[in-house]
Design a protein around this ligand. Structure first.
Ligand SMILES: Cc1cc2nc3c(=O)[nH]c(=O)nc-3n(C[C@H](O)[C@H](O)[C@H](O)COP(=O)(O)OP(=O)(O)OC[C@H]3O[C@@H](n4cnc5c(N)ncnc54)[C@H](O)[C@@H]3O)c2cc1C
Length: 448
């Protein structure tokens, strides 16, 4: 398990089904005996009990990892891939990369394919393909009554819609069929700037959020505190998909930063999707206590700067903690990316292109001592509330809370809007009237 919060849970029993029928059998026993359970995918959620049931059954899907191509396009190129409910994006990228194919998966290799889809799924390739959930063609799901059903645009379409962002409230997903696209290796670039360039870097990010250069697929800017260097650092990761031509957006090449506020480091690689994800893995070592937090804002340099200033002030209270790593990632969600969310009847997230571009500000925190939990919790609460209130005062807050990266006290599903919440409730009522996935599987974000 990635986080110590999850690793220290002690399940009474761990089961490793090999088939959807075995998952259904396990679920029927859990229901018959009212046993608490949790479903374990990639195991990267940081909160206690989310996918490892303390005192209950952990249904570990690690043996449900088969991957196969299921359809060929007219040109002979395969376009869909079926993936087991316990596979990680590392499994899938390792399968697709040699075929020069990819799918819109997360930017970390350890994450479960289904776990991230249930919360949306920001990808390296969102600009052209939307989020992970937008690229699901169908789900195979075990429902609360242990029936095994398909959910797609044509079959159980409401359940299909709900599973694309609605969390673990509806069933256990035993496989998904995903759309793939042609993807030779991409440019993956990293720049770290002098902190004096902070405003220029945010300005550049705002410009890209509003008008992403055509070859750029993803840009994310990170502001962090380095325990090792005892200083703040601002850096950018960018993915562009047009080798052999170098991305025109690279600052050193274009010299588009003001004199005296230079780039300190710049690395430019050509990488497969798995290699890019593995590079990102290095930012997030496992074996620590972790908190995530997330706030969504309109993409704007002024609020980016104000958030940075909140960060500088708040970090003072925790920066001496053993094992501390703390950074914020500014993730722009462009209008073209949001338009992709309308594919296949739309997803459950409630994000409208008319509101874009937006920036999802993710706060990442890890540390090593259990005794520091109270001050880390207090830090995360203050960060979320100060950023939200500052953005609200400036009229640039957006209600959306990103499920995959939010704090356990945040309410992501409620943030999808009253219409979507009512629809999610109706789907839950239809597929799980006795609230098995709420009562017996208490971990993670629940419909109220
Ligand atoms: C280092 C790191 C980087 C990340 N990068 C990204 C990113 O780039 N984009 C992004 O969108 N997110 C990202 N995430 C967040 C990640 O997508 C979420 O934490 C996601 O919930 C993890 O899924 P998992 O299967 O790995 O975790 P788990 O803890 O195993 O599962 C998460 C939840 O999903 C449920 N679940 C998992 N599989 C199934 C299934 N088959 N059927 C039913 N329920 C299931 C679990 O019960 C649990 O409630 C990142 C997380 C980490 C730790």
């Amino acid at each position: 398990m990635w986080s110590l919060f999850q690793a220290r849970a002690r399940p009474t029993c761990r089961v490793t089904p090999r088939t959807a029928e075995q998952v259904a059998g396990i679920l029927s026993i859990a229901v018959a005996y009212s046993c608490m359970f949790a479903v374990l995918g990639g195991g990267t959620s940081p909160f206690s009990g989310v996918s490892n049931a303390d005192g209950g059954i952990t249904v570990d899907l690690e043996l449900l990892r088969d991957i196969r191509l299921v359809e060929n396009g007219d040109d002979g190129a395969s376009t869909f891939v079926e993936v087991g409910g316990g596979a990680t994006w590392a499994d899938l990228y390792a399968f697709l990369d040699p075929l020069e194919l990819s799918s819109a998966g997360t930017r970390n290799s350890l994450t479960g394919v289904v776990g991230s889809i249930l919360g949306g799924g920001i990808s390296f390739f969102s600009q052209n393909h939307g989020w992970s959930c937008d690229n699901v063609v169908s789900f195979e799901v075990v429902l609360a009554n242990s029936s095994i059903v398909m959910a797609s645009e044509d079959s159980n379409p409401h359940l299909y819609w709900a599973l694309r962002g609605g969390g673990n409230n509806f069933g256990i997903v035993t496989s998904v069929v995903l759309e793939t696209f042609r993807q030779p290796p991409s440019w993956y670039t990293f720049q770290r700037w002098d902190m004096r360039a902070l405003e220029s870097v945010f300005h550049r990010l705002t410009q890209m959020a509003n008008n992403m250069p055509p070859e750029v697929q993803m840009v994310a800017t990170a502001l962090g505190w380095s325990l090792h260097l005892q200083e703040f650092a601002i850096s950018e990761r960018l993915v562009a998909t047009n080798p052999p031509y170098l991305p025109q957006t690279l600052p050193v090449r274009n010299g588009d930063l003001k004199a005296g506020t230079g780039v300190l480091e710049e690395y430019i690689y050509v990488k497969t999707t798995l290699e890019m994800a593995q590079k990102m893995d290095r930012m997030n070592a496992e074996g620590f206590f972790n908190y995530f937090g997330s706030v969504t804002i309109k993409s704007q340099t002024e609020i980016d700067m104000k958030i940075a200033n909140i960060f500088f002030e708040e970090v003072e209270s925790i920066k001496n903690a053993p094992g501390i790593q703390i950074y914020i990632v500014y993730n722009p969600i462009t209008v073209p990316a949001m338009k992709q969310m309308r594919k296949r009847g739309g997803n459950a997230l409630g994000l409208n292109p008319e509101d874009g571009p937006l920036t999802i500000v993710n706060i990442n925190l890890h540390w090593s001592e259990e005794s520091d939990i109270p001050r880390m919790r207090a830090f995360m609460r203050r960060m979320i509330s100060r950023i939200t209130e500052t953005a609200r005062a400036d009229g640039v807050v957006h209600p959306y809370v990103f499920l995959n990266h939010c704090f356990e006290e945040q309410l992501p599903l409620k943030s999808y809007g009253s219409e979507n919440v009512a629809r999610l409730d109706a789907v839950r009522e239809a597929v799980d009237p006795h609230r098995v996935f709420h009562v017996l599987q208490p971990g993670h974000h629940k419909l109220r």
